[in-house]
Design a protein around this ligand. Structure first.
Ligand SMILES: [Zn+2]
Length: 142
C-alpha cells in the first residue's frame, strides 16, 4: 500500500518520515518469531518492508545506533531509549524493514500477512493467541 507517515522512538529523540510503498511489491508484512528478534525486541516483532528512497530521518540522526546481528544485517535503534526502528541488509540497501511499533499511527488497512520463523517460537509465544484479552492491565492490577 502507498503510505505517507511519521514515526520515531519512545523518547522522541529520533523522528522519521516515510512516503512510498509499504509492503506490497517490496515484500510481505510479517511478524518474526526468531530468536534474534526475540532478544533484540523482547518478543516477536512486526515488520514491513519500505523503500529506502522514500525514507528520511527528520530528527536525531546522531542518536541512532546500529547493531550487526548477523553478517550484513544492521538493526537500527535509538541510542537513548533503545527503541527498535528498522533493519537493513548491506546486500539490499534499497529496502528497509520498518518496525511497525515505531509508527505513530499505522494505516488501518495494515495487516500482518505472515508469521515467520515460527519454529523458533518458545511455547509462551506459540500459545499467546489462546490467552484471554483485556482492554488494559490484567485483572488484579491497576
Ligand atoms: Zn529514543
Amino acid at each position: 500500500m502507498e503510505v505517507d507517515l511519521d514515526g520515531g522512538c519512545l523518547c522522541g529523540g529520533v523522528r522519521y518520515h516515510y512516503a512510498g510503498e509499504l509492503g506490497g511489491a517490496l515484500g510481505a508484512v510479517t511478524q518474526c518469531h526468531c530468536g534474534q528478534c526475540r532478544k533484540a525486541q523482547g518478543g516477536p516483532v512486526s515488520v514491513a518492508p519500505a523503500a529506502a528512497a522514500g525514507f528520511s530521518v527528520t530528527r536525531g540522526e546522531g542518536l541512532i545506533r546500529s547493531y550487526e546481528s548477523s553478517p550484513g544485517k544492521q538493526r537500527a535503534f535509538c541510542g537513548v531509549c533503545a527503541s527498535p526502528l528498522w533493519s537493513r541488509r548491506t546486500a539490499d540497501p534499497a529496502v528497509m524493514r520498518l518496525r511497525l511499533g515505531s509508527l505513530d499511527a499505522a494505516p488501518p488497512a495494515l495487516r500482518i500477512e505472515a508469521h515467520i520463523f515460527i519454529e523458533d517460537a518458545p511455547d509462551w509465544d506459540a500459545t499467546a493467541q489462546d490467552a484471554p484479552r483485556y482492554p488494559g492491565l490484567e485483572p488484579g492490577l491497576s
